[in-house]
Design a protein around this ligand. Structure first.
Ligand code: SF4
Ligand code: SF4
Length: 441
């Protein structure tokens, strides 16, 4: 397939998708225990509505949203609540969570309910339904989907953009969802487009997934209100602002949101979740993720109940090779190194990647060569070399004036740097210090 539209700057990391892109999605077998942190979406943690020892049924709501910026959580299996207590988060900290033991004698059938007609709902009812289903952005950030759909009075949405880029190396879960469930993706697009009242919906897919482009187009048929646009393969095209730039040539200004341009952006997997909820009554209790990387024995695309431990998923994928040095949740560019294999798969977990010593050790750091490669890499047109220098010196005021908070922490600058300067790590630490300073009374 020929190259398509794209944004300026960015990088071309090796794709490493060949081992999983053609592997059909397999269902992960049920395990004994599931851990569900209460705050696994962007926004406010949710409120438990079950008690210790209570029997729960697969798909039953176990946590209610605590305010609008919060969402629901459902039992991924039929079983009983072992405990409401502190459990290990992927970042190593202990967080409030619900642990459920699966009933080994239950067939764990999917909870199908009657279809609901979103068209007969008011905008508010639709938003409440999406919140009740616990649907979040499945591209990684896990932002509650209903918040994006609650368009404030006096505003409107003209364009719905669906992100099928999957520009992170190794990850192929979105690709497989587009190939195996194109009708569900398109159905979700149509449901959302009708509720938002958009003029047009555009699914952006990088040109390394020609089968997904073809199958989505077949599912769309002659409907001119939905189109698929192939995009040049480039990182970080999946970032909302880059995708908008690639598709429409329009900039979302610093500090603004796509909604300010009358655009809503969502991931392809999120569209399939909308179809599952409105057509089959299935809330977000499982997700598709990719298990890959040089440290994994049997790479796979798996559908995994939320709350399954990373260790169990890796065991199902044949285990880790002895030379594995690091396990990352998400993609290698923006993913989070895992502190413990006991941590659970969450709604935003798009991948579990294992890397060996030779992948993780990048060699010595050298002085900045002033080569400008990081500037050419930065799709936000920042000066990463300067930001890194200021971050190292702890000059937070100057960093703010240099727009450090606009950095999306995509890591393209670090990838491009021949001196192995950990630019994005320095920026991330500085941003967190600035946020800490701002939150002080
Ligand atoms: S400065 Fe930030 S936005 Fe720019 S390339 Fe580096 S990580 Fe990405
Ligand atoms: S890419 Fe690295 S060496 Fe080159 S200017 Fe940026 S920080 Fe300096």
């Amino acid at each position: 397939m020929s190259e398509g539209a794209t944004f300026r700057h960015g990088v071309h990391p090796a794709e490493h998708k060949e081992r999983t892109e053609h592997l059909p999605i397999e269902r992960m077998p049920f395990v004994a225990n599931y851990v569900l942190p209460l705050a696994q979406h962007g926004g406010k943690p949710s409120r438990p509505i079950v008690t210790q020892g209570q029997r729960v049924v697969r798909g039953q709501r176990i946590v209610d949203p605590d305010g609008f910026m919060s969402t629901s959580l459902h039992a991924p299996v039929t079983g009983h609540v072992v405990e409401l207590g502190a459990r290990r988060h992927p970042n190593g900290s202990l967080v409030p969570a619900i642990e459920i033991a699966a009933d080994p004698f239950d067939p764990q059938c999917l909870p199908e309910a009657a279809a609901q007609d979103p068209e007969s709902m008011t905008g508010d009812e639709f938003v409440r339904q999406v919140q009740a289903a616990g649907i979040v952005g499945l591209g990684g950030a896990a932002f509650p989907a209903h918040v994006k759909y609650a368009v404030p009075a006096g505003r409107r949405v003209r364009e719905l953009v669906i992100n099928g880029c999957e520009c992170e190396p190794y990850l192929t879960c979105d690709h497989r969802v587009m190939v195996e469930r194109p009708e569900a993706v398109v159905r979700g697009v149509r449901i959302l487009a009708a509720k938002l009242g958009v003029e047009r919906s555009t699914i952006g897919v990088e040109a390394n997934k020609p089968d997904a482009v073809d199958l989505l187009r077949s599912a769309i048929g002659s409907d001119e209100a939905v189109r698929v646009v192939p995009l040049t393969v480039k990182y970080p095209q999946g970032a909302e602002k880059m995708l908008i730039k690639a598709l429409f040539g329009r900039e979302v200004p610093a500090g603004k949101l796509p909604l300010d341009l009358e655009i809503v952006v969502n991931n392809v997997g999120t569209m399939a979740s909308l179809a599952d909820w409105f057509d089959r009554g299935i809330p977000l209790i499982e997700r598709v993720l990719t298990v890959a990387g040089p440290g994994v024995e049997r790479p796979a695309n798996l559908i995994v109940p939320i709350g399954t431990s990373v260790g169990e998923v890796l065991r199902h994928a044949g285990g880790l090779k002895p030379e594995t040095r690091e396990v990352v949740l998400g993609g290698p560019m923006m993913g989070q190194p895992l502190a413990s294999l006991d941590a659970p798969v969450q709604k935003g977990t798009s991948g579990i990647l294992a890397f060996t010593t030779s992948d993780v050790v990048h060699g010595n750091e050298y002085a900045c060569l002033k080569c400008g490669r990081c500037l050419d890499a930065c799709a936000n047109f920042l000066n990463p070399s300067r930001l890194a220098r200021l971050a190292r010196a702890g000059r937070l005021d100057e960093l703010e004036h240099a727009f450090v908070m606009d950095c999306m922490e995509c890591g393209a600058c670090s990838f491009a740097c021949p001196s192995n300067i950990p630019i994005v790590q320095l920026i991330r630490t500085a941003k967190s210090s600035i946020r800490g300073q701002r939150s002080k009374p």
